[in-house]
Design a protein around this ligand. Structure first.
Ligand code: NG6
Ligand code: CA
Length: 494
């Protein structure tokens, strides 16, 4: 473990430390939940958590995409410090064993720690043999137990990895993965479109598994292939078993959904649960899964002593590579709520996500307007469990425990948002750093129906009157622009 001076945290709550469960949904937008005005789908379970807990209206992921956001939750650092960006399915582990992590900190405080679901933080050292021990991975950075989708649902290999091994691996049918070249394995989407259940863009047109073409090529592992429609049952079952096994000690469960990421293939029993086709039905499925895990906490008598955070890893995207009719069936539903943009984007909907803290034995229900970032969970949880932090541990994480547990308390004064550029919030001011003149603006979002918000000139918005970021007031406020740009640079140098 790295060394350093100890930083003081609050004294811990009395009695047994509470369990901590993070429900980390994928690509769920601010407006995709009932309590924030969802139109095309109902989310009764999440709405009930919201009613009984604290709803945060200005809570953010650190980034508008998945890998960087997860990196920040687990390390308490901004993603740019490690150049964290969306990873391929065979990328090496992004967090070095031996570095400070949230689950590692909780282990030191006596917690049993588990991750179930989507990982997308890399595995192995650079060349993974999917047929033997796959490490380093979550177990080497603080998790006692892991059951993973290694990267995303749309990336190979489409197999579960439990602790160090692929589930149902067969040495007579070894798994090979390649992101550069075709393998003589499964048919691929470009050559065999007739085998597809959903059409796909070019990037998602490699190996076909379960009737869906994915990103990357794969060969072998037939007995290990997942069935996407079984995710809700398989993942909730693993989460429940973890809770049952660890119920006598404090535990931390990072329950990381595949939903509502692409490919959207909800179990048939959720078909038609929304008016929005697979994207909405996947939201209904996610709500059911949340309810199953909450019910298990209640069944084990743990609900009053469990701090639950429900949130998402980045903003919403409607169309993300597959023809699942999401755009066509959207109707008046607003995935980003009143905010502009979405996944990938520099506008608010990229990082401002639905966030609820539920802890029935402890917190009073209410709505909090406090500015909070997921990067703060690390230091806040350290305070909760009475674990001191080293000076060089979780350096971007602020202890906001009081804010998280009391809807009347203020939050951060500033907050960084990463996308293909960097934005800074300062109270209601929102500044978006311009792209360097010579750098091309990312334009791939247009066909996903997402507004990126990237420009070669500075942007400044006053969210108190312009939550939709429509009126750029940078030219009227040059001093604010200059000071916010300087602050971004200072954060970079920290
Ligand atoms: C992108 C994929 C997208 C999704 C994303 C990761 C394109 C063209 N393709 O590369 O489908 O897989 O990576 O999503 O954008 S995330 O939620 O894990 O960040
Ligand atoms: Ca995501």
């Amino acid at each position: 473990m790295p060394t350093g001076n100890m930083r003081q945290t609050d004294e811990k709550t009395t009695g047994r430390n509470p369990n901590i469960v993070i429900f980390y949904v994928d690509d769920l937008g601010y407006g995709d939940v009932g309590y924030n005005g969802a139109i095309g789908v109902k989310t009764p379970v999440v709405d009930r958590l919201a009613k009984e807990g604290i709803v945060f209206t200005d809570a953010h992921t650190t980034s508008a995409t998945c890998t960087p956001s997860r990196y920040s939750v687990l390390t308490g650092q901004h993603a740019f410090r490690n150049n964290a960006a969306i990873l391929q399915g065979d990328a090496p582990l992004l967090i070095q064993p031996g570095s400070y992590t949230l689950p590692g900190m909780l282990q030191k405080a006596g917690y049993r720690t588990g991750v179930v679901g989507k990982w997308h933080l890399g595995l192995g050292n650079g060349s993974i043999d999917w047929n033997s021990d796959i490490k380093p991975g979550p177990r080497e950075i603080g998790f006692d137990y892991s059951f993973l989708l290694p990267a995303t649902g749309d990336r190979v290999p489409t197999v579960y990895v439990e602790n160090h091994r692929v589930v149902n691996a067969d040495k007579n049918d070894p798994i090979v993965v390649n992101y550069e070249e075709k393998l003589d394995g499964y048919a691929n989407g470009l050559d065999s479109p007739n085998l597809l259940r959903q059409g796909a863009d070019k990037q998602h047109s490699n190996s076909i598994i379960n009737g869906i073409s994915r990103i990357g090529y794969m060969k072998g592992g037939k007995a290990a292939l997942w069935v996407d429609e079984e995710f809700p049952d398989v993942l909730t079952d693993k989460a429940k078993r973890f809770i049952q096994a660890e119920k006598d000690k404090p535990f931390f469960l990072f329950f990381s959904f595949h939903d509502i990421h692409v490919p959207r293939l909800p179990n048939p029993r959720f078909k038609g649960k929304s008016t929005m086709g697979p994207r909405g039905d996947a939201i209904a499925q996610m709500d059911w899964m949340t309810g199953e895990v909450i019910a298990e906490l209640k069944k084990q008598g743990l609900a009053d002593n469990t701090l639950v955070i429900f949130t998402s890893d980045n903003g919403p995207v409607i169309s993300d590579g597959y023809d699942d009719r999401a755009m066509e069936l959207l109707g008046n539903h607003k995935p980003g709520g009143p905010m502009r943009g979405g996944k990938y984007s520099a506008y608010e909907a990229g990082t401002r996500v639905p966030t609820v803290l539920w802890w029935p034995g402890k917190v009073k229900p209410g709505t909090s307007k406090a500015l909070v970032s997921q990067v703060d969970l690390y230091a806040s949880f350290a305070a909760l469990v009475g674990q001191p932090l080293a000076d060089n541990e979780a350096i971007d994480s602020q202890n906001l425990l009081t804010t998280l547990l009391d809807h009347t308390k203020p939050g951060r004064t500033w907050l960084l948002e990463e996308s293909y550029t960097t934005s800074l919030r300062k109270g209601d001011w929102k500044y978006i750093e311009p792209f360097p003149k010579e750098k091309r603006l990312p334009d791939f979002m247009a066909n996903k129906g997402v507004e990126g918000g990237f420009q070669h000139t500075p942007q400044l918005y006053d969210l108190s009157t312009d939550i939709g970021e429509k009126r750029n007031v940078s030219t009227e406020n040059p001093a604010i622009v200059a000071s916010m740009q300087a602050e971004i640079e200072a954060i970079r140098k920290k």
